[in-house]
Design a protein around this ligand. Sequence first.
Ligand SMILES: O=CC(=O)O
Length: 485
Amino acid sequence: MDMHGRCYLGVHHGTSGNDVIRGFWGGGSTAAASTVKAIHSLTGDSQRAIDFADCSSHELKEVILVGWAYPPMERMKLSVDGCGKGNPGVAGAVWAVVTGLELAWPVVLRRLILEMDSDNFFPFNSHGFAEECLVSIKRKGKKNPLLSRASVLKMAVSTDCHKAQQDFPKVLILKPISFIAHVGEQHYASNKFTFLKAYDSSLPLHQFLSTHSPSIKAILSSVGTPITADILQLLPEVGVVVTTSVGLNQVDLPECRRRGIKVANAGSVFSDDVADLAVGLLIDVLRKVSASDGYVRKGLWATKGDYPLGSKLGGKRIGIVGLGNIGFAVAKRLEAFGCGISYNSRKRKPHVSYPFYESVCELAANCDVLVICCELTDQTRHMINKEVLSALGKEGVIVNIGRGAIINEKEMVQCLVQGEIAGAGLDVFENEPDVPVELFAMDNVVLSPHVAVFTPESFLDLRDLVMGNLEAFFSNKPLLSEYGD
Ligand SMILES: O=CC(=O)O
């Protein structure tokens, strides 16, 4: 394997048994064995079949076959995506696909891209692929009608593989998870479990869960999908809830604890993105970015003259409510802008030098800006109320990238309407996607649709974390981001 994770397999042209000269293969011993088996089946010569170097599968990115004779092509490049660590058989699967052999063990291929330089017919057939595997054949060179019809194939796995996949323990998904759609479902595959989508079934949820409960060992959930005691009660085999969110207010944590169910969240995957947006919202409110943008676009600059000036960020006293990963990331950024930081948290952080306030009201009274970064719990629900906002004062600004219900929204709207605080930057709301209409007309309020965590980059990290957590659970290893750690 070379430094780019490319793996080369060289074979002579010809279909007889003596032509395979040497191979390097990645994918662990199962894959290597499968490769040998595949070549043996083709060539009938196990002695001379292959001399392989076994590489660690997680580094394998590409397999390049040169000079393979059947199908007759000069050069074919296979890009293998999703050979996660401990995903044996992937390379073997690729091989088996190429040779048209069936596999007798469970294989999960996430994506296989075949790029062919040859004009020759590629006798693709429908066995040898994992069910979820998307295959795209990109052909370089001249057009070949026999290839074009197979540009994207969804293929069925060999009977044995399919059966083995059906026997995998299941990870339940109750509602579609938007970030999976963003990253692409083909990136979510494992040889340790399969996903079971309740929303694809026509059965009523209760019936669906009862039917599948013996095989459901894990739940994957997102922000808008409550994992309640009622649901958990129907699923006695569940040992883990993995969420794609940082916040866990949608999960009945006490019930999970009672049942010994582990919970993993999105850890710190999103911290930087959320912190960036918090700062963005604050700058927007203070400097009136969105408001003055609207002013310019409406042509009012020319007709009405200059827009009222905004206020300086540097020197502002920032109160962080909840100094976890996200709170820290916000504090670090705002320190760099020359702001003073103080905070409120469940407990004083022993190694933190920022001033600590035991009550949010006290914090608000000593700040120009409150940034809400804490979790939504029974204790924090409506913690930011009229009293806190009045303490923040007429020049005060509030930014919320935590959860809408941490603020008493009605009281906040009232304070904004009556000019009791100066402005707000809000990414989250109490009843999403409903937003109080009064806010729409306010130039001193900046709104975003609960997107602080979402960037394509953080989705990829999240994919790795989610799959890592599930793989860890099914391998009896510690979770990567267990809540409460
Ligand atoms: O709001 C999003 C999250 O908690 O991840």
